[in-house]
Ligand binder design. Structure first.
Ligand code: ZN
Length: 408
């Protein structure tokens, strides 16, 4: 490696970066101090790299990422994940979807035995009254139902897709349906846009988007847009990246991604403005809410909005994909694999899944804007509405659309 030259342009670049730091109004608060700490942690990462004489920007370490995820598939999940006992289908989805993004072939992500065992395990999380719980014997929840079905879609075998009991899934979804058009997440549970997105995704994958399922959904989503253009979880709530994703992706399902139709339900221009303001000037990654810190998972939750709201392929994006790419690759890779929220915290499977999904979106936008992304560094293309590799979604669509559904 050649040492970094401390040229004029290097110093100009550094001065520019200092200007991008959040302005100091000499009235420090807890959040302004936290913001400054994050910015300094990025400077510290750069300094370590400069001291090591690394001249070239880092690249995504695919092998290291794969090793981290493969260890989890082989049962080596770190102890602190015990807190995710009620999120076991989520762990399956995060891990195998991330592996899928990293793979350079269209071959199945899991070997035959692991695939069969995973299908069997996910089946054991399902309930006779419909839907999937967070583990065997746990009550069904819209979010774990989404996760289990998404994991089965990544596996993609006939056995995986056949294992979904559509009649009981349909009765679970109808049981969650609320008079205002939304869905609750579980029996007597809370009602917010997550429930609606998870229910619509499950129904869309399995070809069960009946009028009973879609009734009132558009009105509910329209009631969630805040004065600043973003979407909150419930009417009157603060705009939030995750909920905005759920709202827009739900509209894509309901309107078949027709932006003219979607624009009659929510104000897309103010939503895009709100979303573009979530990209941090200094860090390049996204925050989830105004005045919050950067976090790599919003690379997907907010980054996917730009992929869903493009009028046509190739249209310039309102986000800066190169800066998003730089944040993820320079600052979010764990030394032993996995992706982290930000420097100073350890990697986990959730952030690995969503940071890599966001990286796939950033790479796609960079390529469309004429930037060169070497093919060996590219991740697979995703369908932003479902967060699945486009080929997996196509396969699921073909499988279920050949099997019309009639509720009993
Ligand atoms: Zn996060």
């Amino acid at each position: 490696m050649e040492p970094v030259e401390e040229s004029e342009s290097y110093h100009r670049g550094l001065a520019l970066r200092l200007e991008e730091m959040a302005p100091d109004d000499e009235f420090p608060t807890e959040s302004s101090r936290a913001q400054r700490e994050v910015e300094e942690s990025l400077f510290a990462e750069d300094a370590v790299r400069d001291a090591a004489g690394l001249r070239h920007p880092p690249a995504i370490q695919k092998d290291r990422m794969r090793a981290y995820l493969r260890a989890a598939v082989n049962g080596k999940i770190e102890k602190y994940f015990v807190g995710l006992d009620s999120s076991q289908p989520w762990l399956c989805y995060w891990i195998i979807h991330a592996l899928d993004l990293l793979s350079s072939s269209e071959e199945p992500v899991l070997d035959e035995t692991t695939s069969q065992e995973t299908v069997k395990f996910l089946k054991s999380c399902s309930n006779k009254s419909g839907g999937y719980g967070g583990g065997p014997g746990q009550v069904s929840h819209a979010a774990t139902t989404f996760a289990a079905i998404s994991a089965l879609c990544v596996i993609g075998t006939d056995e995986a897709l056949e294992s979904i009991d559509r009649q009981s899934l349909y009765s679970f979804l109808i049981r969650m349906k609320q008079p205002d058009g939304s869905f609750s997440v579980t029996d007597d549970g809370e009602t917010d846009i997550r429930g609606t997105y998870c229910a619509l995704t499950a129904a869309s994958h399995t070809n069960m988007l009946t009028p009973e399922i879609t009734r009132g959904c558009k009105d509910f989503i329209s009631s969630l847009q805040s004065f600043d253009g973003g979407i909150g979880g419930e009417p009157g709530n603060e705009s939030h990246g995750g909920y905005t994703y759920c709202g827009v992706a739900s509209l894509c399902i309901l309107c078949d991604s027709n932006l003219d139709e979607m624009g009659k339900i929510i104000d897309l221009e103010s939503l895009k403005q709100w979303a573009s303001m979530r990209q941090m000037a200094f860090e390049g990654g996204f925050q989830g809410r105004t005045n919050k810190l950067v976090d790599s998972c919003y690379s997907f939750w907010v980054g996917a909005l730009f992929a869903m709201l493009r009028w046509q392929p190739g249209e310039p994006s309102l986000m800066d994909p190169s800066r998003l790419n730089r944040y993820l690759v320079n600052y979010c890779q764990g030394a032993r694999g996995g992706m982290r929220d930000k420097p100073g915290v350890r990697p986990d499977y959730y952030h690995t899944c969503y940071a890599l999904s966001g990286l796939s979106i950033a790479q796609q936008a960079m390529c469309e804007e004429g930037e060169d992304v070497p093919s060996d560094l590219r991740l697979k293309l995703i369908d932003p509405v479902y967060n699945l590799h486009t080929r997996r979604r196509e396969r699921v669509y073909r499988y279920f659309h050949g099997r019309p559904f009639l509720p009993e």
